[in-house]
Design a binder for this molecule. Structure first.
Ligand SMILES: NC(=O)c1ccc[n+]([C@@H]2O[C@H](COP(=O)([O-])OP(=O)(O)OC[C@H]3O[C@@H](n4cnc5c(N)ncnc54)[C@H](O)[C@@H]3O)[C@@H](O)[C@H]2O)c1
Length: 397
């Protein structure tokens, strides 16, 4: 395909195309994150499940550029076709592979379904062949559905549990970013179970057990899965909702893994509670867009990017600056979101926005920019008037 000018077509938080050059720049930005952790004696060998977007992409880029991790990343991305460019994660993976090459670190990427037994076997076989053992297994998947080994498919839903919940969407089709109230009916028991099947700890545990059974976990290995706690403002839809049930399950899985699969190698399973970020997964959750916009309004530059948080996580996992652990043993990378006064200020801003029926212009503009950045648009240093090659190959092993 010849190079072409790519523009941001689409509606609200969903764009049809992505810009390869902009996606590349966002990876470079993550790689430029300051590394103030320890310098490892040898490259840590890592497997990152969900490496192409959001926190997983940040962990991959910041890990390659900072401590110089080596290993493999798995993601599920879509190639381009005659009507649309590839998905943004496809381009980020290509850029991250180039970053690894430039840094002289071996890193391979697989495009596949993490829930499939075949993908697990293929990835772990390849890891054993090329890298030997795993020092750190990162699980950073956010998926809408999961097909199980028997062909049954489960869809994750974002709903409250128990009673209906009213929250606000930002309506970017309006001339000014208006708020639209939505009422969301409570989930059924089946929906809660299906969401837990997709976003709970079962698949994480399968990966770790499969790696352990192949003798792939190195002495002292760690595995980390990401979680979110969030504000009282979003609790009815998030932490007390279907996704919260899945996160409870994921978090309970950590202790079981430390006591089982990791016990033999003296390793540990860790839950990392990260802060609110604009990602493809989070923009699908009603109320999160408003919350995260107002949080940014309160914190300004004090809001930590996924790359900053990723760098802090690596420093912790590699035995450098220790992160604080809460009463449930989770590492808290969301400390800035809960710094004194922050939540009170966000609540006041939320009440103000609801009363006014609109989001303050600066916060709304920031949010829209963040959404565009997910697709490689609104990125500094990219000339969007220039044609760009959209036919980018998945990196070779
Ligand atoms: N975004 C937030 O505000 C936030 C905050 C704290 C914690 N987290 C957690 O971080 C984790 C990642 O979320 P995110 O927001 O970065 O999501 P994201 O949508 O940005 O990225 C999801 C990743 O999962 C991969 N993926 C999805 N389905 C897959 C499949 N079937 N097989 C292989 N890979 C698949 C995607 O390719 C992508 O790399 C989740 O556990 C989420 O709960 C998110």
């Amino acid at each position: 395909m010849a190079a072409t000018v790519v523009t941001a077509r689409g509606k609200g938080a969903l764009l049809l195309d992505s810009h390869p050059g902009g996606c590349r720049r966002t990876v470079e930005e993550a790689a430029a994150e300051t590394w103030d952790g320890p310098t490892p004696g040898r490259a840590p060998r890592v497997l990152i499940i969900g490496c192409s977007a959001g926190y997983g992409s940040a962990l991959t880029a910041a890990g390659i550029a900072g401590p110089g991790v080596t290993g493999m990343g798995l993601a599920l991305e879509r190639p381009g076709n005659a009507r649309r460019t590839a998905s943004p994660g496809w381009y980020r993976v290509a850029a991250t592979a180039d970053l690894a090459r430039e840094r002289g670190t071996a890193f391979e990427f697989v495009n596949g379904d993490c829930f499939s037994a075949g993908t697990k076997a293929a990835v772990l076989d390849r890891f054993a062949e090329r890298f030997g053992q795993i020092d750190h297994l990162v699980y950073s998947v956010a998926a809408p559905r999961r097909t199980d080994h028997d062909g049954a498919t489960f869809a994750s839903v974002i709903k409250p549990r128990g009673e209906a919940h009213g929250t606000y969407l930002m309506d970017f089709d309006a001339e000014r970013p208006a708020l639209r109230r939505v009422e969301i009916a409570p989930a059924t028991g089946d929906e809660i179970a299906a969401t837990t099947k997709v976003m709970g700890g079962e698949d994480w545990a399968l990966w770790v057990a499969e790696a352990a059974s192949r003798g792939l976990l190195a002495e002292g290995a760690s595995t980390v899965a990401l979680s979110y706690l969030g504000s009282e403002l979003t609790a009815p839809i998030y932490r007390h909702g279907t996704i919260g049930a899945a996160k409870d399950d994921l978090e309970a899985t950590a202790a079981r893994l430390t006591a089982s699969a990791l016990a033999g190698v003296g390793g540990r399973a860790v839950v990392s509670v990260n802060g609110a970020a604009v990602t493809q997964a989070s923009t699908a959750i009603p109320g999160i867009g408003l919350y995260v916009s107002l949080l940014r309004g309160v914190l300004g530059e004090g809001m930590q990017s996924p790359a900053r948080q990723a760098s802090r996580m690596w420093a912790h996992l590699l035995g450098g600056a220790e992160l604080a652990t809460d009463e449930l043993g989770r590492i808290r990378v969301d400390d800035w979101e809960f710094a004194p006064g922050v939540q009170d200020a966000v609540r006041a801003a939320w009440d103000g926005a609801v009363t006014a029926g609109e989001v303050p212009a600066a916060e709304a503009a920031w949010f829209l920019d963040q959404v565009h950045r997910l697709y490689g648009f609104a990125v500094d240093g990219v000339d969007y008037a220039l044609p760009v090659e959209t036919d980018v190959a998945w990196p070779e092993a």
